[in-house]
Design a protein around this ligand. Structure first.
Ligand code: ATP
Ligand code: MG
Length: 339
């Protein structure tokens, strides 16, 4: 795929999923004189000095082209040698000539010896092609990374955030932290991102009243899932993504996660892309995608104030359901934002 070169396009490409690698190339017509001349011009215009060495590689996909690959290589090499540039079979710098329907000439410089013009792309799959997912986004380190991993696999995310901030707004005040995280994730998305911000205060009050501290976290999560359900239906989504990693914190046990997942049965699918990752690995990814600096800013998390020092490791579903009977249904109070 070819896009017109501009510095802006070049910068943007590293955020486009589905691209394995990209570089700056030049298109010429099939005239051999033009191929040779352009090859030499490209080398001259790059930072390659006469002391450097260069490797030339020609691929002829269009077999009807009158010259073979070795013949084109030979002609280009001769001119390069005449210009006083070294030629080396195993150089850090490669001039690639691809002759297909069109002729494309690239210069690829490895190991950043010169300005690297050929880059690794973001990889993954093109945005949105595998479907839409709901993402439970906290202000922490893990869930934005989980969102990014799903985006990388071609998912379009719809974000759900529970807060206890009066007049929550992702662009100002306390909520600004959530907005900053989303703005960074937006760089990987060609579409605007949707955020549902749900007021969790009324639920928190009820939970504190009816549930003993050790079981609160499980009930919080179950209400988060339950309240998300209507939004998932409205958005025609059956998958909910969260940022748990097995045993990263005491509450993230297999038993607890299964009690949490029980809240939404079929057709909902709960995905936890970080489940097998160490915190160190998650932090490295968070830094790589430019979110870590936002994630570590202070934030008045919804339930952290009421969290017990020793949450249960073995939630009991029947027990949890009995607390929930006392709490009953809670009306959802949410706002929708576009970022
Ligand atoms: P994170 O760093 O993502 O906050 P964590 O290790 O702190 O994760 P928990 O606080 O137990 O873990 O949360 C587990 C997951 O539940 C989060 O990764 C996120 O997907 C979801 N979650 C937690 N709090 C919220 C919230 N306020 N709004 C939306 N989702 C949340
Ligand atoms: Mg958290």
């Amino acid at each position: 795929m070819i896009v017109p070169y501009s510095q802006e396009n070049y910068e943007r490409l590293k955020y486009v999923f589905g691209i394995d690698g990209y570089g700056v190339g030049t298109e010429v017509n099939k005239d051999i004189n033009e191929i040779v001349k352009t090859s030499v011009d490209i080398i001259k215009n790059s930072n390659i000095t006469t002391e450097s060495s260069i490797e030339v590689s020609v691929t002829r996909k269009d077999k009807s082209y009158e010259l073979t690959s070795p013949e084109v290589t030979h002609l280009v090499l001769n001119r390069i040698i005449k210009e006083g540039i070294n030629v080396n079979k195993k150089s850090n710098t490669k001039l690639m000539i691809k002759i297909g329907k069109k002729v494309k000439i690239y210069i690829i410089q490895l190991h950043k010896i010169y300005n690297t013009r050929f880059m690794n792309g973001a990889g993954g799959l093109p945005f949105g092609i595998t479907g839409k997912v709901g993402v439970m986004l906290s202000g922490g380190i893990d869930s934005p990374v989980a969102a990014w991993m799903m985006m990388k696999r071609g998912c379009k995310p719809v974000f759900i955030h529970f807060h206890s901030v009066d007049n929550f707004n992702p662009f100002t005040g306390q909520g600004g932290k959530i907005g900053d995280i989303l703005k960074q994730l937006k760089k990987y998305s060609p579409d605007t991102l949707t955020l549902y911000a749900i007021n969790f205060k009324p639920i928190t009050k009820q939970i504190v009243q009816h549930v003993p501290p050790s079981d609160r976290l499980i009930v919080y999560r179950r209400y988060m899932y339950r309240l998300s359900e209507q939004l998932l239906k409205d958005e025609n989504i059956n998958t909910l993504v969260s940022g748990e990693s097995l045993a990263q914190v005491a509450s993230q046990t297999l038993e607890n996660l299964s009690v949490i997942d029980e809240t939404l049965g079929y057709p909902y699918l709960i995905l936890r892309p970080l489940i097998g990752m160490d915190k160190k690995e998650i932090i490295a990814l968070s830094k790589h995608i430019g979110i870590f600096e936002h994630s570590i800013k202070p934030y008045d998390d919804t339930c952290s104030k009421f969290l017990p020092k020793h949450p249960t490791l073995h939630a009991n579903l029947e027990q949890i359901k009995s607390y929930e009977k006392r709490i009953g249904d809670i009306n959802i109070d949410y706002k929708k934002f576009k970022i």
